[in-house]
Design a protein around this ligand. Structure first.
Ligand SMILES: *[C@@H]1O[C@H](CO)[C@@H](O)[C@H](O)[C@H]1NC(C)=O
Ligand SMILES: *[C@@H]1O[C@H](CO)[C@@H](O)[C@H](O)[C@H]1NC(C)=O
Ligand SMILES: *[C@@H]1O[C@H](CO)[C@@H](O)[C@H](O)[C@H]1NC(C)=O
Ligand SMILES: *[C@@H]1O[C@H](CO)[C@@H](O)[C@H](O)[C@H]1NC(C)=O
Length: 455
């Protein structure tokens, strides 16, 4: 009798899918170790691309703000489009005629990014792949007439195979009638989730094998409505990417900053102090929009110095940096965004040792000089110096030198010499910078120090 009962319960476990390593609970899902590659990669490029890239005005929230009677959006429509123009009428104008995914792959490689995250579907519901669950509202049926997502996945695989391919996906859709019906029922029905959201997620993972699933649009409903833990236990136990995939934290009201492979907490999250859980700073080169907007002025874009400052703060505190660009309706990455990405790549070519595979040090920023951020790797301590010091003398208040201390500057001459320094006893050190003309970099200089200890 015992034996039969045991066999029965085993069959039961197998049948309801709860036999895998991870149970559909946050406790179990959170026990999964973070796949190693993600923390080491440090830098990613985020892409917000969709029908909103056609009006390319205001932000990627165009449709919502227009429907909400936000005056600048209403004025924009009144001035430029016939009175009965609908948001759906923008879709055929999403032409992507200059889209060359191989050029994009080469650019992402040149930026120094080790992963990318493309919007597969934003809150407007338009899918950038030929989804079976988004009839006539996808990039194959309308607009570009191609699988934008699949073509990029292939180009990355071919041209830059070391770059991990990730996908953003919005759980909710502003105006989907199925969603609105569930919402009206206080989410006690889930026809939208069962018939749309989950079907899309399974389709995306099975067909494109993303190694990041960057979820969003979760905040109106609890995780049980989205079936998040059930989906994630499938993703971690049985999906084709179960060993390498990482997910963010936007899986239902109250979940961000609490559960997930890594935390994004809020947009542009940059806490400035060490975090005890892996996190990511998802931020934008256009300071106020994720989607491309034509009215942006040059002062609306981060300078390379501002971008590298954010990078230094983020990496020092244990985060990854996800830098967003907004492609245009015709498939270009605007030159100013391309320039920022190439500048970042140029800097990483020289200074990447302080970033890739690094771990936070005892101190994150210097106690005496503002704008100096630390990382470490093995017995090397790196300090990223945001501003060239006055009289070429940098004072560090968080580092004690020893009789084995050696300090180099990355990108200093073709055969760099150790930099002179004088210890301040047990309260720091003054490092003499080389002549600027001997230095490759122009924006944020990195010292590599061995034989030093933290104060
Ligand atoms: C990728 O970038 C590296 C270093 O920046 C460069 O050497 C390599 O040629 C690039 N590969 C492609 C396909 O652009
Ligand atoms: C949603 O989760 C429930 C358990 O909470 C499960 O029975 C159901 O099969 C899930 N639906 C899908 C489509 O995964
Ligand atoms: C170090 O960073 C913290 C947090 O950003 C800040 O409060 C502190 O002023 C910084 N220290 C210096 C010397 O800049
Ligand atoms: C380095 O300092 C240690 C004590 O901290 C001392 O024992 C050692 O002899 C010193 N070595 C040299 C080469 O001065």
């Amino acid at each position: 009798m015992m034996r039969v009962a045991q066999v029965f319960s085993l069959l039961f476990l197998l049948a309801d899918g709860s036999f895998g390593e991870y149970q559909p609970t946050w406790e179990s899902l959170d026990s999964r170790p973070l796949p190693d590659w993600y923390d080491r990669a440090k830098i990613g490029v985020f892409l917000h691309w969709g029908v909103f890239s056609v009006p390319s005005f205001g932000s990627e929230w165009f449709w919502m703000y227009w429907q909400d009677h936000s005056s600048s959006y209403v004025d924009f429509m009144n001035k430029n489009f016939r009175p009965d123009f609908t948001y759906q009428d923008f879709a055929p104008m999403f032409t992507a005629e200059f889209y060359n995914p191989e050029d994009w792959a080469r650019l992402f490689n040149a930026s120094g990014a080790r992963y990318i995250v493309l919007t597969s579907k934003h809150h407007e519901g338009f899918t950038n792949w030929p989804s079976s669950y988004s009839w006539n509202w996808n990039s194959k049926d309308v607009g570009p007439k191609r699988d934008l997502l699949g073509d990029l996945a292939n180009a990355i695989k071919e041209k830059a195979p070391h770059i991990h391919f990730g996908l953003y996906h919005s759980l909710y859709e502003w105006f989907n009638p199925l969603y609105l019906k569930d919402k009206a029922a206080s989410f006690h029905t889930n026809n939208f989730v069962v018939g749309k959201t989950l079907m899309e997620l399974y389709e995306l993972v099975n067909n494109y094998e993303p190694e990041i699933l960057w979820s969003d649009g979760d905040w109106e409903a609890p995780d049980w409505y989205w079936n998040s833990t059930a989906f994630l236990s499938w993703l971690f136990n049985d999906s084709p990417v179960k060993d390498t995939v990482v997910v963010n934290d936007r899986w239902g009201k109250g979940i961000p900053c609490h559960h997930g492979s890594y935390y994004t907490c809020a947009d542009r999250y940059n806490p400035g102090i060490l975090q005890n859980h892996k996190w990511e700073n998802a931020m934008t080169i256009d300071k106020s929009s994720w989607g491309y907007r034509r009215e942006a002025k040059v002062s609306d874009y981060l300078t390379i110095h501002e971008l590298l400052t954010t990078l230094a703060q983020t990496i020092s505190c244990g985060g990854n940096l996800l830098v967003n660009v907004g492609p245009t309706h015709d498939g270009r990455i605007p030159p100013i965004m391309e320039e920022r990405l190439r500048q970042m790549g140029f800097w990483l070519d020289v200074n990447g040792d302080s970033v890739y595979d690094s771990v936070p040090w005892k101190h994150q920023n210097d106690s005496m000089t503002a704008g100096v951020w630390y990382t470490s790797k093995g017995d090397v301590v790196y300090s990223m110096v945001l501003t060239w010091p006055e009289k070429n003398e940098l004072t560090l208040g968080s580092v004690v030198t020893t009789n084995t201390t050696v300090i180099y500057m990355l990108g200093h001459a073709s055969r760099p010499a150790p930099l002179p320094f004088h210890p301040l006893g047990s309260s720091g050190v003054v490092v003499t910078f080389p002549p600027m003309s001997e230095v490759t970099g122009q924006w944020v200089w990195v010292l590599a120090m061995t034989g030093v200890t933290p104060i």
